[in-house]
Design a binder for this molecule. Structure first.
Ligand code: DQA
Length: 137
């Protein structure tokens, strides 16, 4: 099984960024533990702060991978382009968030990803990503 985790803007700062919300672990460290734990899965990771790069990556993997685990971060709430890219591909996408966006500011209650995602996992910290892996398994 081939899965990719795609992270959007500012998630490269995990561990340093608002740790009371997003925790103190870097994503790279967490990703290494996932790779060790799920050796039977081909697990990749891509992060970009640039909306178009996220769209290009979704297009690139969207006809050959078994699943995409996407945290589009702030673009979740604004990006029609990312929503359209998900609609355009065949690979199922699971939307994940570290925080429970529904208990935060109103603008985080809107998602352009949810209507086109296979499912949504939010509010479990970094474990949200692992729950998404389990759902693909
Ligand atoms: C986030 C929630 C978004 O609202 C925010 O813009 C992020 C991270 C999360 O994982 O909780 O950057 O996607």
């Amino acid at each position: 099984m081939k899965l990719i985790i795609i992270n959007g803007p500012n998630l490269n700062l995990l561990g340093k960024r608002e740790p009371e919300i997003y925790g103190r672990n870097s994503f790279e460290d967490f990703f290494r533990t996932l790779q060790m734990k799920y050796r039977d899965i081909e697990l990749e990771y891509f992060q970009s702060n640039v909306e178009g790069e996220l769209i290009s990556k979704i297009q690139e993997v969207g006809f050959s991978y078994d699943g995409v685990i996407l945290n589009a971060a702030a673009y979740t709430h604004t990006s029609i382009g990312i929503g359209d890219a998900i609609k355009a591909i065949e690979t199922p996408v699971i939307e994940v968030h570290i925080s429970n966006t529904m208990e935060r500011e109103d603008f985080r209650h809107v998602s352009y990803i949810s209507p086109v995602a296979k499912g949504v996992i939010l509010g479990f910290g970094l474990q949200s990503y692992e729950l998404a892996i389990h759902s693909f398994l």
